[in-house]
Design a protein around this ligand. Structure first.
Ligand SMILES: [Zn+2]
Length: 253
């Protein structure tokens, strides 16, 4: 069935939520320079993941929020920034609207670590204000075991993990010929620089090179989607057993 909200007719939607489907997945990203992958890497990954997850958990997929809070790489070509207060206000309205039209469970899949704190604040507020259940997935965290097993690399911004996810979604999006020596730089807490002087940022010691083997990249991404799906399924199951789990519209705070 069609899972994308944008492609459903309003009368079709009325038949589905919340009686048959009460869960919506919301992909959120930002537009930011990423080594040899597209500016939309943080949008492309959660969007693809949302469609895969929605199929498995029987949910709909809300329109993607592509503009986000980019700080460190602002100044590199094509990188866009939304002020945190604007982003939070916009996200708050997006999520509250989704509860108002009938969704009880909201799963935000985020592609960008630079806006995690703001998203957590908005998800908490939405849950408190509407009674809806809200969950944030930062897809790349705690995937070390999968990454080491499939890619045998360390992680990073535009590093082996993100690049592998893009490769798994569409290999044509990887611009191998644009790779340059010095494109990657290790992050250290000892300094901050705006813009950060590299578009691949590594955080760990060890092999931080890109693994561009297509099968390895696919195995990585499938492993991550499996893990994320399990986490969401467990949470949904536990939410449904909570007493008072029906969202109630409170008056505006
Ligand atoms: Zn990214």
């Amino acid at each position: 069935m069609e899972r994308r909200l944008l492609y459903l007719n309003h009368l079709e939607l009325e038949q589905i939520i919340p009686h048959r489907i009460a869960t919506v997945v919301v992909p959120v990203g930002t537009v930011e320079a990423h080594g040899i992958t597209p500016l939309g890497t943080d949008v492309i990954i959660p969007e693809a993941m949302a469609l895969m997850v929605a199929e498995r958990i029987d949910a709909l997929v809300a329109p993607t929020v592509a503009y986000g809070i980019t700080r460190g790489l602002l100044g590199h070509p094509g990188t866009l920034h939304i002020r945190p207060e604007t982003f939070k206000a916009y996200m708050r309205d997006v999520l509250e609207s989704l509860v108002r039209i009938g969704f009880k469970y909201i799963v935000v899949i985020n592609g960008h670590g630079g806006q995690t704190d703001e998203l957590k604040a908005v998800l908490f507020e939405t849950s408190r204000n509407t009674g809806g259940r809200t969950m944030l997935i930062d897809w790349w965290y705690d995937t070390d075991e999968i990454r080491k097993r499939t890619l045998a690399r360390e992680s990073g911004h535009a590093g082996a993990d993100e690049t592998a996810a893009v490769m798994a979604i569409n290999p044509d999006l990887i611009k191998r010929d644009l790779y340059r020596e010095g494109m990657a730089m290790k992050y250290t807490k000892q300094f901050a620089a705006y813009p950060f002087p590299a578009t691949i940022i590594t955080y760990a010691e060890g092999d931080t090179s890109l693994n561009l083997d297509e099968d390895a990249c696919k195995a990585y991404f499938e492993g991550v989607v499996d893990q994320v799906t399990t986490l969401i399924t467990q949470t949904l199951t536990r939410w449904r057993t909570l007493s008072g789990s029906e969202p109630k519209m409170c008056t505006e705070a």
